[in-house]
Design a protein around this ligand. Structure first.
Ligand SMILES: NC(=O)C1=CN([C@@H]2O[C@H](COP(=O)(O)OP(=O)(O)OC[C@H]3O[C@@H](n4cnc5c(N)ncnc54)[C@H](O)[C@@H]3O)[C@@H](O)[C@H]2O)C=CC1
Ligand SMILES: O=C(O)C(=O)COP(=O)(O)O
Length: 516
């Protein structure tokens, strides 16, 4: 039975999906904070949150048994992802379910700003019929600066085109070709600040985007500019924006998100800034978006807990269901080869999903269960392991081949594996000894001279000790007259058996291996 905690308000359909599984115990709680969250979280396998629950370093460090955090939305800045990764907790989000809602909302903000609708509404509520104070501007032929051209930014740009706006865009990760296709002119931030009539930000909050627009940037802008932030509080410096509004340096702003939410106890200067539309983080608050993200998150949690399948992870490579099924045998094989390498080389190794699987296998014999698919890569990096991954399409004698080369201070090990019929993972090369074996369970790896009698004597000794041989594979190098025998056995042999085998004439080395 897996325990799943749902905090923040998740659409009922998402909760229903999870409750349909007999394997899940689903508990719904209001948004929890601090100690209450720490206490409650103990013993849960999964948690589903929106933006209100803060899964801080302290909360995650105190958690026990948590395997997956699902964010029913895009931004994961309420989750300490590095701590989750260190603890081996998969973090997934629901990246596309609220894109349209947030893009439409940004547009609603832009038009409301251009036509001063909320201010006119407030005046009407005061029973003032004022037709002079609320003269606005058209969007036609105006320049819109879009900073961050991901899912939401590009949808905003598409809508702006329909309104006849010119779009200047900035996103270090968007190619010129793609921008042109989208009808966006890529421009420097400086040009966007200088030429735009409206500026909207759609980036995540990162060290690079925190305070992206501050006093200096506002100084470059037109006096008539209107600024919109439906992305994350803190991308635009709140004090600088409030000051620009109060001094009339800019025409207006629309803000949905704040550096601290709710912003009331932090005396946010935007609260009493003029010409500023404020909303309580509503970009994704539509029936459609909430339905979409709840289903995406519930399915991600179910697929992970029941099948180990990872989709939309922000700290693990994601694979689709089809890809996962195709890769399953490779993942297992890579992990097993990693385990073989670790036991051969010892733990002084200096050196996609398969790499992580291999690394998991490589570190498990020394670090035990603390290492998993999520933290195997950071574990390797923290130990100074150098990694190189290459994909080679050149045809070879195998339909697929996983080649792994591990270098330690003292030696180098080359392992090859292949998967047959999408399920049977075989090790086919061990340091240029070719054979075909399943690296699993109790095994003896015997390096010997390629002379008659060795295999027989090994079999006799094991038989005398009542150790059953499950399979035996021999790889030979004719040029050096050396051989390698991999013997799968039903139980772990005593140390004296290994000593006895090592004394067999022609045997040079015997190593016991155990692979899950
Ligand atoms: N107000 C609300 O309720 C909602 C807010 N959001 C927020 O909107 C933002 C955008 O979401 P999506 O478009 O779904 O994300 P996305 O990941 O599709 O797009 C973000 C874009 O920002 C770009 N970017 C990153 N660093 C940048 C930098 N330094 N300068 C310029 N561009 C940079 C990335 O290349 C990417 O293209 C996120 O912060 C998300 O949390 C999303 C949904 C609802
Ligand atoms: O998806 C996002 O990034 C959002 O900001 C939406 O937040 P919410 O789920 O409405 O608390």
């Amino acid at each position: 039975m897996f325990r799943i905690l749902v905090t923040d308000k998740l659409d009922a359909e998402g909760v229903e999906i999870l409750k349909r599984y007999k394997e899940f115990d689903v508990v719904e709680k209001e948004t929890l904070k601090g100690d209450a969250l720490i206490q409650e979280l103990r013993g849960y396998d999964a948690i589903i949150v929106r933006s209100e629950t803060k899964l801080t370093k302290e909360v995650l460090e105190a958690s026990e048994g948590l395997k997956i955090i699902a964010r029913a939305g895009v931004g994961v800045d309420n989750i300490d992802v590095p701590t989750a990764t260190k603890k081996g907790i998969v973090v997934v989000n629901a990246p596309s379910g609220n894109t349209i809602s947030t893009a439409e909302y940004t547009f609603a903000m832009m038009i409301a700003l251009a036509r001063k609708i909320p201010f006119a509404h407030a005046s009407m509520q005061q029973k003032v019929w004022d037709r002079k104070s609320f003269k606005g501007v058209e969007l036609l032929n105006k320049t819109l600066g879009v900073i961050g051209l991901g899912r939401i930014g590009t949808e905003v740009a598409k809508r702006a085109q329909a309104f006849g706006m010119k779009i200047l865009g900035y996103d270090p990760y968007l190619s010129e070709e793609m921008a042109t296709k989208l009808g966006i002119e890529l421009a420097s931030l400086e040009r966007i600040y200088k030429e735009s009539d409206f500026i909207t930000v759609h980036t995540p909050l990162t060290d690079a985007t925190r305070g992206l627009i501050g006093k200096k940037e506002i100084e470059m802008m037109k006096k008539s500019v209107r600024i919109i932030n439906c992305a994350r509080g803190g991308i635009i410096d709140e004090a600088a924006l409030a000051e620009a509004l109060k001094s009339g340096r800019i025409a207006g702003a629309a803000v949905d998100v704040y550096s601290k939410e709710p912003p009331f106890d932090s005396a946010n200067p935007l609260l009493d800034a003029p010409n500023c539309i404020l909303a309580p983080h509503l970009g994704a608050s539509t029936a459609e978006a909430q339905y979409n993200v709840a289903i995406e998150s519930a399915e991600a949690v179910a697929n992970f807990l029941l099948h180990g399948m990872i989709v939309n992870s922000v700290n693990m490579p994601s694979v689709s269901k089809e890809e996962f099924n195709r890769l399953k045998a490779f993942v297992q094989l890579a992990e097993r080869l990693g385990s073989v390498a670790a036991q051969i080389l010892g733990n002084s190794v200096s050196i996609c999903l398969l790499t992580r699987s291999f690394l998991k296998g490589l570190f498990m014999p020394f670090l035990g269960d603390t290492v998993n698919y999520v933290n195997s890569l950071p574990t390797a990096q923290a130990r100074g392991v150098k990694l190189e991954e290459t994909i080679d399409d050149t045809p070879c004698e195998y339909t697929n081949l996983l080649k792994i080369i591990v270098k330690s201070d003292k030696e180098q090990l080359e392992l090859w594996g292949t998967v047959y019929a999408q399920v049977h993972g075989k090790m086919v090369n061990f340091n240029n000894y070719f054979f075909e074996a399943t690296p699993s369970g109790n095994m003896l790896l015997i390096a010997n001279d390629d002379v008659p009698g060795v295999v027989g004597r090994v079999g006799t000794i094991l038989g005398e000790k009542n150790i059953n041989i499950a399979s035996m594979h021999v790889g030979r190098k004719k040029e050096t007259r050396k051989a390698l025998i991999l013997v799968a056995i039903d139980q772990k042999p005593e140390a004296n058996v290994i000593e006895q085998l090592a004394k067999v004439p022609g045997v040079n080395k015997v190593k016991f291996l155990y692979v899950e």
